[in-house]
Design a binder for this molecule. Structure first.
Ligand SMILES: Cc1cc2nc3c(=O)[nH]c(=O)nc-3n(C[C@H](O)[C@H](O)[C@H](O)COP(=O)(O)OP(=O)(O)OC[C@H]3O[C@@H](n4cnc5c(N)ncnc54)[C@H](O)[C@@H]3O)c2cc1C
Length: 518
């Protein structure tokens, strides 16, 4: 924290730190509301974790894109659901603001021809909670955008993951999912000459004057620059998932190696906020998922399993394999924490789809199969007993586990773990039970760990994104959103599109609040 007023090099009404979903929404809103705005991004690409998302989904109940497509829902029902899932872990007014705010935000954004949204049906993640939306019609995505409509951003928008993980070429045809969201916003922002964007410029500190945030220190090529923010600073800088020291300090399970966030999500903005007097909450929390372990040693977010079961070190099933990824990740972590499970765990599958695991959304291309074999991550054997020996689990137990599972398949019911009991479980199997026998040798095993989509603990805020001190008062001029704020969803992931939706909405509300101030 810099308390003495430094020599300013520039000044703007608003400084936004970060260029993920929240950063671009906040910057766009500021520009459109007539404020001069500087968006600083730490990395050499715009988009953050948001741009890695293949869907770029937003959980915004009853928004115009959904209503146009005939969604039958009400905001009150959505709120009943959200409240039931999140409980009292976070302030009820924050929850209500999120659930009610998505629809007006889409309405506001859609008046700009650059910003288009379409439904992406995706069932809510707690299918048995009251008023869960099982047809998925609370979930929206950005309309894909031809690269030809915004060619200038092709190499400036982060992702897709194949580019960063495999050195693949950036797609020439379409921006899709999170990349479409970021490219569309960059295009919309560029239409305003009161908006400036800047890469390679992490916010490293805040400038405080008489208790209020009046500017930011950014660092460019090792040189610090003090920039005045006449109205305030919005921290939309993602989580601190990439920072192992902070993970350890705040008790976030897992390591930075296994996160899906970009390396620049280091928690600098969290630190700056804490130093400025902010209170924090949920600091040990993340958006979780099972992680297929790759030959580079990193376990990465994987979903949409069309076969297989997961077994633990005892050769026994221990989770619902088709559960929503955050619930599945939390289930694994709970069992690791209480000592009943160890990592890695194994996906056991047969040869119906061949030797590559039956995973339809690994979020990037698999490496060559031999690389997984050489790394000891994938194994094949003619019998389950031989496979058990290769992965170090009891042979009798593995054979018995598979036999019991196979017996259940024709009944369509999994009394052991409830696989297929909820709409999300069946989302990738055409509504049918996601149970497939394991009976066609050779048999295979693939190693899994736990991955995360980013941490979700952060600076406590009020409903307008104002950052709060421990006594509940706001720090004037300081705002936070997305994974930099303490998530309204607490320890739950109510539905696909919550992280991006929360980041967009609270950034927007923060800037509307800034704009309303004299
Ligand atoms: C494969 C995948 C798919 C996903 N799909 C979805 C989905 O469909 N819907 C959904 O809601 N969520 C999804 N998620 C999760 C979601 O993408 C993230 O949780 C969310 O995008 C975070 O948004 P954010 O704005 O808080 O941060 P980010 O998008 O991570 O952006 C933060 C940005 O801030 C920058 N930054 C960090 N520190 C500083 C600093 N000090 N100064 C300046 N800049 C800084 C970072 O470099 C980064 O660019 C997915 C995640 C993955 C990996």
């Amino acid at each position: 924290m810099t308390a003495t007023t430094p020599e300013w090099t520039r000044e703007y009404d608003v400084i936004v730190a970060g260029s993920g979903a929240g950063g671009v929404t906040g910057t766009y809103t500021a520009a459109r509301e007539g404020l001069s705005v500087l968006m600083v991004e730490a990395s050499d690409k715009f988009g953050g974790t948001t741009a890695y998302s293949g869907g770029g989904g937003m959980w915004f109940p009853c928004n115009p894109a959904l209503l146009r497509a005939g969604a039958e829902d009400s905001v009150d029902d959505a709120l009943t659901y959200y409240r039931a899932v999140v409980g009292d872990r976070t302030p009820v007014e924050l929850q209500e603001t999120y659930v009610r705010g998505g629809a007006p935000l889409i309405e506001y954004l859609e008046t700009d021809a650059n910003l288009e949204f379409v439904p992406l049906p995706w069932p809510d993640y707690y299918g048995k909670a009251p008023k869960a939306k099982l047809d998925g019609m609370r979930h929206t995505m950005p309309n894909p955008l031809p690269v030809a409509d915004a060619p200038e951003y092709k190499d400036l928008v982060r992702g897709p993951l194949d580019v960063d993980r495999h050195g693949a070429d950036t797609p020439n045809d379409m921006y899709i999912g999170g990349r479409a969201l970021i490219a569309r916003f960059l295009k919309a922002i560029a239409a305003y000459d009161n908006a400036t964007t800047q890469l390679g410029s992490p916010l490293v500190d805040l400038v405080i004057d008489d208790g209020a945030v009046v500017g930011a220190i950014i660092e460019v090529d090792g040189k610090r620059e003090a920039i005045r923010a006449r109205r305030g600073v919005l921290l939309a800088s993602g989580g601190f998932e990439g920072n192992d020291a902070m993970r350890a300090e705040f008790g976030v399970p897992g390591v930075a190696r296994d996160t899906m966030g970009p390396a620049t999500n280091q928690g600098l903005a969290h630190r700056a906020g804490i130093n400025a007097g902010a209170d924090v909450d949920l600091m040990d929390q993340a958006w979780w998922s099972p992680g297929l372990t790759h030959p580079d040693g990193r376990s990465a977010f994987a979903l949409w399993f069309t076969g297989g079961i997961f077994v633990n070190q005892d050769g026994k099933r221990f989770v619902n394999e088709s559960a929503p990824y955050d619930r599945l990740g939390r289930d694994v972590l709970r069992q690791v924490d209480d000592g009943t499970a160890t990592l890695p765990f194994w996906m056991i599958y047969d040869d119906k789809e061949g030797e590559v695991p039956p995973i339809k959304a690994a979020n990037f291309e698999f490496y060559p199969t031999q690389d997984y074999r050489d790394a000891g991550l994938w194994h094949t054997a003619d019998t389950l007993e031989e496979l058990a020996a290769k992965i170090g689990v009891p042979a009798d137990a593995l054979a018995a586990t598979v036999a019991r599972f196979n017996e259940q398949v024709p009944t369509g019911v999994d009394p052991d773990f409830g696989r297929g009991d909820e709409a999300y479980d069946r989302a990738f199997s055409g509504g049918e039970p996601p149970l497939v026998t394991i009976d066609q040798g050779p048999f295979h095993a693939a190693a899994f760990g736990v991955s995360d989509l980013g941490t979700k603990g952060g600076l406590k805020t009020d409903v307008a994104g104002n950052v709060l001190r421990a006594d509940g008062t706001a720090i004037p001029g300081l705002y936070a959103a997305g994974n930099t704020m303490a998530a309204p969803s607490g320890t739950a992931y109510p539905g696909g599109g919550n992280p991006i939706g929360t980041s967009m909405l609270f950034s927007h509300l923060a800037v509307r609040d800034l704009a309303a101030r004299a």
